[in-house]
Every structure is written in C-alpha cells, then in structure tokens.
Ligand binder design. Structure first.
Ligand code: NAD
Length: 371
C-alpha cells in the first residue's frame, strides 16, 4: 500500500512515517510545506528508503496537490498537517483557519477528484484518515469540582471523552480542528469519500518541537531557565507516548471501519505540575546538580480559555482494533528525557533552522518570517 501522509515532517507525522517505513512493507509520500514545526532532520533514519518520497507542498495549494496525487497514485491519505500550538492560535488565529480548515477542505477536494477516477475495487479500498485532537470536545469536570470526603458512586465517577461526546471547542486551535472534523465527515456523507477520524489526547516523546510543555521543560531545566507553569498547574491532561499513537494510527488506516471515529488516549491523567515535577526528578537522577531542578518552577498567568481537564476513553480502540499503549507514563517520560539529553544537536537545529536551510538550500517561509 502507498500512503500519502500530510505533515510527515512534524512531531506525530514523523513518528508515523518512521513507523511505516521501519515496521511495514508499505510506502510513504510525505506532503509537508515545512513550517517552523516541520523538520526533515526527524526523518534521517528513513529518507534513504526507496519506499519513502518527500514533496514540499502546501495543502492549501490545489494544483500542487493534484500533481502529487497524479504522480504518486496513493491508496490512502493520513492527514496530519496542521497548525497545532494553542498559544500561537490565541496570538495569531489566521494561520489556523487557513491550514486547518481551508487546507483540509482543499485536500478533501483534491482527494475526491483523484478517488472519483479510480477503478471500483481501488475506490472501495481507498481510505482518507483524518487525525484530530480530543480538544474538540472542550473540557471535562475537574476533581476539584467534585465534593470531597465521600467515595463517588459508579455514576458519579469523573466522565471521560467518548466518540459520541458533543463538540465544544474552546480555543481557535480546537475550533479549527473541530471544523476540519466536520468537513471530513460531510465529505463521506455527501460524496461517499471513505473517511475515518481519530481524536487523540496529548502526545509526548522524541522529536517534539521545544515549544510544547514537556520538551520546553526539559530544555529550560538543563539551561537553568525558569520552568513556566500556567496558573496553579492543576490542569489535567491525558498523556500518550507518540510511538503508541503512531501504531494506533496505522491500525486505524489499515483495519478501521469507514465512517467510524476512534478515540486514542494513554489512560495517564496527570496535572501539569506533576508532569513538571516528574521531569525534574528524572533529571535530578540523570544529570544531578546541587539545587534540584524543581527550584526553577515559576508560576505565570493562566492562558485565556484554558481547558481544565481532558481524559480519553479509548476502550473502542482496544475492543475493535486490539490496540493498547505499550508505554506507561513513567517509562515513556524517562525515554523522552533520555532522548533530549542525547539529541541536543537536533534541538539546536530545529530552533535555529540551520539543518533545513543547509539541506534545502533555501529558507522555509516560517524561518524567514521569524528573523
Ligand atoms: N501534538 C499532540 O499532542 C496532538 C494530539 C492530538 C492530535 N494532534 C493532531 O495531530 C496532527 C499532528 O500534530 P503534531 O503535534 O505532529 O503537529 P506539528 O505542529 O508538530 O506538525 C505539523 C506539521 O504539518 C506541517 N504543516 C503545517 N501547515 C502545513 C500546510 N499548510 N501544508 C503542508 N504542511 C503543513 C508542518 O510543517 C509540520 O511538519 C495535528 O493535526 C494535530 O492537530 C496532535
């Protein structure tokens, strides 16, 4: 099978591409325009494979997408390309509307035209897998809001997001992802395009751009900088190791049912402050210093509209596709910290853009803009 992966130079996309090339016999066409978040250096281990091809293309560029479909003739699309950082969506929502909504629409239309001219058997076997987030569901009751002192009954236990939970996005990021989810489902209902959607909780692991909580805290801690915590740090996220997510996504595109939604999560509900403290104690063991890393924790003003709790019920993935995460939060976090300690060059290059500039001989649009 040949899979067109959008956003394959990003954090999760690159894990998906590495998973497919290293563990299956399938081929990948990676379609990525290389924003600040896309890094070809994350794909060094697979780029020499004759089952891997890279196309530097923006998903909003219809003509370029048509050329890619005609040239590569994929059997499936895994759509991960997106603007993905909530803080950036608050200060500059336009790029989120453009890529996440208009880009998804443009990709759906290019896919539909390509799919329409396939022979019947290929048409039936074709899949469009849209990768989305649990943030589309809004937030859940926090343990603070539940009366303390009494053991909750089965009915009163804190709820989790199900595939049937209604959408209530809070940020420009989650609203733009919610819009794209609706477009994808409409393209199945209206045009018959064989789509499926997955909604996943927070990912962490190697090759994560150091603006997100976990890599930011690891690098700031090592550089002796402040470890910023929004508000009281009591926001709860459900953490999933990125390689477990990549395995789940491959299961969905190859074994999932058309029209279905699958929630993917790690059953690792942690408060942000606890995540930061755990990273500090791993660093205290691996790179000890006189004063513990936790001393660098600094509380900053909370983000507007900050969701308080996310938690995913991923029992459908387990029941129907026999998927469960391999890593616990403890083993995954230790691997992640170790990876950042061993890959300081990657961190330096993604921050200054130097590898990509040298590699492509040109500057990506975002690196140029940020100078
Ligand atoms: N990171 C998480 O915790 C998480 C959790 C659940 C779902 N998701 C979803 O998974 C997907 C991937 O997330 P990620 O964390 O890997 O994101 P990321 O920001 O690390 O990577 C996004 C990739 O998309 C590319 N891209 C952006 N705009 C593009 C455009 N217009 N055309 C072509 N390529 C473009 C970027 O260059 C980059 O390589 C996103 O759709 C995100 O909403 C992420």
């Amino acid at each position: 099978m040949k899979i067109l992966v959008t956003g394959g130079a990003g954090f999760i996309g690159s894990a998906v591409v590495r998973h497919i090339i290293e563990n299956t016999t399938d081929s990948v066409v990676n379609v990525d325009c290389l924003t600040y978040a896309g890094n070809l250096e994350s794909l060094i281990s697979v780029e020499a494979s004759d089952r891997y091809a890279f196309e530097q293309v923006n998903i909003c560029d219809r003509a370029a997408l048509d050329r890619v479909f005609t040239q590569h003739q994929p059997d499936a699309v895994m759509h991960l390309a997106a603007e993905s950082h909530v803080d950036r969506s608050i200060t500059g929502p336009a790029a989120f509307i453009e890529t996440n909504i208009v880009g998804t629409y443009t990709l759906l239309e290019a896919t539909r035209d390509y799919w329409n001219q396939l022979a019947d058997t290929e048409k039936q076997a074709f899949r469009f897998h849209h990768i989305s987030t649990d943030e589309v569901y809004g937030d859940l009751p926090h343990p603070d809001e539940v009366e303390s002192g009494t053991e909750p009954s089965e009915n009163e236990k804190l709820p989790m997001f199900l595939e049937t939970t209604s959408y209530e996005p809070s940020s420009p990021y989650s609203a733009s992802k919610a819009s794209s989810d609706h477009l994808v489902r409409a393209w199945l209902r209206t045009y018959g395009l064989p789509t499926m959607v997955t909604n996943c909780s927070n990912n962490y692991g190697p090759y994560h751009f150091p603006e997100k909580l976990i890599p930011l805290v690891i690098l700031n801690a090592l550089e002796g900088k402040a470890l910023p915590i929004y508000g009281k740090g009591d926001q709860i996220r459900d953490w999933l190791f990125v390689e477990d997510h990549a395995r789940a996504l491959y299961k969905v595109v190859t074994e999932g049912k058309v029209g279905e939604t699958y929630n993917i999560g790690g059953h690792n509900e942690k408060q942000n402050l606890e995540v930061v403290q755990t990273i500090c104690s791993i660093l205290d063991t691996l790179v000890p210093k006189e004063t513990g890393y936790a001393q660098q924790v600094t509380y900053v003003q909370d983000r507007p509209g900050h969701d308080r709790r996310y938690a995913i019920d991923s029992s459908k993935m387990q029941r129907e596709l026999d998927w469960t995460p391999v890593e616990t939060f403890e083993t995954g976090l230790k691997k992640t910290v170790q990876w950042y300690l061993e890959n300081s060059e990657w961190c330096k290059h993604v921050q200054d853009g130097s590898y990509q500039r040298e590699r492509l001989g040109v500057e990506s649009a975002e690196t140029k803009g940020s100078k």
